[in-house]
Write a new protein. Structure first.
Length: 482
């Protein structure tokens, strides 16, 4: 695994493009990154060595391809990772010596889960108690943005009552050198800690780590169930315990390998206008009031690199972070909903607008049960359209899904509406964070579900004819130009 961001960026696999000419953090870096993100496969990682007006380089699009997302998590494919998690959660009881030996590497991965605290750390090579944000080339992404935003922070807080840690990625609008917005939405872990702190009338310590070994920023974006420390996931992914160091001015620990750490607090009751921000919906999100983060100390490595990202009209870098969560959490979701076979959050659906799920349908009304389960599962509660198909449909093949939805549904019968919490970024609901969702049952309908006509048979040729077709097509394809 990569020890830190520097090691990840040194990878010589032609995955990193260095841009030496001056490029402005004001709109220009975002425009270049957007262009690169829209190229086939997501384009290379980018290192802007000379952001105009700053001495600190900007690293971006590091997670912006399937290959680099896998590299960041130390696997060849996300399927491999999903399989490992599946095995871990489904241990076969060892029958003999050989089986016991086979289990050892898997159990080995579990011993690295708990983070450990170290006494000195690269992220504190430089400590500035009166530090500001002024040296960091924070991007202004889109023309109508309310200002520059820190877009890929790992925001560390602790539950003021239990001391349980949470890490989330919540954008931070720069107000001045020592204060920013703290855009944790109401459904998120940081917001819950703040709610408790406000109830107690207490300040909430917050530490923000920027850049670390590549599994960490991913873990901060992952939808871990409430109360489960994101660092357990990071430790599992890195196959090594995460090293933490105590902050200088607040009662929190941060990753020792971070590039930059902002220490500070949010006050109970304090709010400031946040936004607008060109968001991952592809539209500007409306200004709203959010808590204010006050910086008490800035620590960093010697010669830090600023790791960031940009969001906008999909696909962009965040699509790959979401894909990794989709694959990692599928085997865990199957623990409570084992009839789920596969799921797909297509890029155009910005994670939660379109959720396609295939199931092993076992009883009448099964698709409805799946919808209800998904609407009750953590951040999947935001699923605006859930499409349920039978297990022989490949949910990763959008053409097949569109065909099956069109042919299999009787809209009045097969669409289920539900009212409840919706994503904070939802623009179409009448109220903020409260609206409706829809489930589409595109499975084959059964007699026991009231469908009395015969279900049509899918067209397929015979195996013999298919083999013949393969042979002849292979021959004619050579001399044929499409
Ligand atoms: C690039 C990026 C930016 C994000 N910005 C925000 C944000 O500003 N506010 C927010 O609540 N969630 C944001 N998220 C989503 C959260 O990081 C995600 O829901 C995470 O699981 C929250 O963790 P939590 O459950 O511990 O709060 C962002 C995700 C990504 C990938
Ligand atoms: Mn969390």
């Amino acid at each position: 695994m990569f020890r830190d961001l520097n090691a990840f960026m040194l990878d010589k696999d032609r995955e990193l493009a260095r841009i030496n000419e001056p490029v402005s953090p004001n709109l220009e870096i975002c425009a270049v990154t957007d262009k690169v993100s829209k190229s086939p496969g997501g384009g290379p990682a980018l290192l802007f060595e000379n952001p105009a007006g700053f001495d600190m380089p900007v690293a971006i699009n590091l997670y912006g391809s399937m290959k680099r997302m896998c590299m960041a998590l130390g696997v060849k494919s996300l399927e491999d990772l999903a399989r490992e998690i599946e095995e871990l959660t489904n241990p076969k009881m060892p029958a003999g010596m050989l089986d016991t030996l086979k289990m050892l590497p898997m159990l080995g991965r579990l011993k690295d889960l708990m983070p450990k605290t170290v006494s000195s750390a690269p992220c504190q090579e430089v400590v500035k108690k009166d530090g500001t944000l002024d040296e960091i080339p924070i991007l202004t992404c889109w023309p109508e943005d309310g200002g520059p935003y820190i877009t890929l922070p790992m925001v560390f807080t602790k539950d003021p009552e239990t001391g349980m840690r949470n890490i989330g990625t919540y954008r931070m609008q720069v107000y001045d050198g020592r204060t920013t917005g703290m855009h944790w939405q109401r459904h998120k872990g940081g917001a819950q800690h703040y709610r408790i702190a406000e109830r107690m009338g207490k300040r909430l310590d917050v530490a923000v780590a920027l850049g670390a070994d590549p599994a960490l920023p991913f873990a901060a974006t992952a939808p871990m169930p409430e109360g489960l420390d994101e660092l357990l996931l990071a430790g599992f992914l890195r196959r090594e315990r995460v090293e933490l160091v105590k902050c200088v001015t607040v009662d929190l620990e941060v990753p020792a390998t971070a590039q930059i750490v902002l220490e500070g607090y949010v006050e109970p009751g304090e709010r400031q206008r946040e936004g607008p921000f060109g968001d991952h919906t592809g539209f500007y999100s409306h200004p709203d009031d959010y808590p204010v983060f006050h910086i008490t100390c800035v620590t960093h490595r010697k010669n830090p690199i600023y790791l960031t990202t940009v969001v906008g009209i999909p696909p962009m870098e965040d699509y790959f972070l979401g894909k990794a969560s989709e694959r990692i959490f599928l085997p865990l979701i199957k623990k409570t909903v084992p009839e789920i076979v596969d799921m797909n959050f297509p890029a155009e659906g910005i994670f939660h607008n379109i959720v396609i799920i295939s199931i092993d349908k076992r009883y009448p009304g099964h698709a409805r049960k799946i919808m209800n389960a998904v609407w009750g599962l953590g951040q999947l509660m935001f699923s605006k359209a859930i499409i349920v198909v039978d297990k022989d449909i490949d949910v990763q093949n959008l053409s097949e899904v569109a065909w099956v939805v069109g042919t299999h549904i009787d809209p009045e019968r097969d669409i289920q509406f539900m009212t409840g919490p919706v994503d904070d970024l939802e623009d179409a609901s009448d109220l903020a964070a409260y609206g409706s969702k829809m489930g589409i049952d595109a499975t084959r309908k059964w007699k026991s579900e009231g469908f009395m006509r015969p279900w049509p048979t899918r067209i397929r040729t015979t195996e013999a004819a298919a083999r013949k077709a393969d042979e002849i097509w292979a021959r004619i394809r050579q001399g044929w130009k499409a």
